[in-house]
Design a protein around this ligand. Sequence first.
Ligand SMILES: Nc1ncnc2c1ncn2[C@@H]1O[C@H](COP(=O)(O)OP(=O)(O)OP(=O)(O)O)[C@@H](O)[C@H]1O
Ligand SMILES: [Mg+2]
Length: 296
Amino acid sequence: MLTVEEAFKKFKSRLELNDREQANASTRHTEVREHIRTKFAIDSDFLTGSYRRHTKTKPLKDIDIFFVLGEKEKAYKTSSPSVVLDAFESALLEKYERNAVGKQRRSTTVNFGVKEDADDKTNYRIVSVDVVPAFADGDNYIIPDSIEGTWIKTNPKIHADKAVAAHQAYNSEWKGLVRMVKYWNNHNGKPVKPSFLIEVMALECLHGGFSGRFDREIQSFFATLASRIHDTWPDPAGLGPPVSDMMDSTAKNNAKNALLLAERQAAAAIHLVREGKNGDALKAWRALMGPRFPLT
Ligand SMILES: Nc1ncnc2c1ncn2[C@@H]1O[C@H](COP(=O)(O)OP(=O)(O)OP(=O)(O)O)[C@@H](O)[C@H]1O
Ligand SMILES: [Mg+2]
């Protein structure tokens, strides 16, 4: 029978990006790029965000594509963020159905109508992309933020470098743990918002190196997240607004309670193994983490 450690290794690899998914993401990127390029002066466009850093969980939703606007489009920079987001939405509506396109805080989403099955599989297809208008700003970029009502600074390279450093310092287990807890978050009503906050907190909360046991790592990760969810978490690049600005204190309390409950459920699952109930432990972890956690 599968041990809990073996199950975690399988779970980790199921949440990794594979070649077929990468090929599908690339096809979708090209399709959106070719369309957007006919509508705006674009200097460059690239896949970014958690997808690029390998901290995106499954199913693959909201893959971020930055579209760096050229000099000809500079009037957008001095307009409210909603102007450029509306223009991107209108442009995308020329190619995609009304119900496939939606405006977010900093992007416009295109949904490809892919549905996940009961095991959360999508036959290697990505569900949606987030189209993010941007301008180059020295070494950084500025992107529209409809909640802030202004353009905010960001730097995907700094976020990526920090993730790589954290991953290396954690015996190459950091990204896997981040993907697992983001997966838990999605399967428990998204108590932590935005899910990028989990990654930002992990930069500080996971330190000292991997202990060698996934079950204990996940349990203590939940405990540390719970104890620090009320803190203010700045942009790790020190450029944009705090990443923790999406939750008010009620939302943070809900997140804290969900994380504390998860910590207790993890402790109970660990206890089941000590009682010799391996099958029940696997079921408990699957109930806690979600359907991609394997039983066999
Ligand atoms: N407050 C912020 N300030 C500066 N940059 C930010 C901020 N929030 C997000 N970003 C950048 O924008 C990217 C896209 O944001 P998003 O919320 O989609 O996060 P993500 O890391 O891609 O996570 P998810 O897996 O939920 O898509 C982030 O990866 C990060 O590089
Ligand atoms: Mg994203």
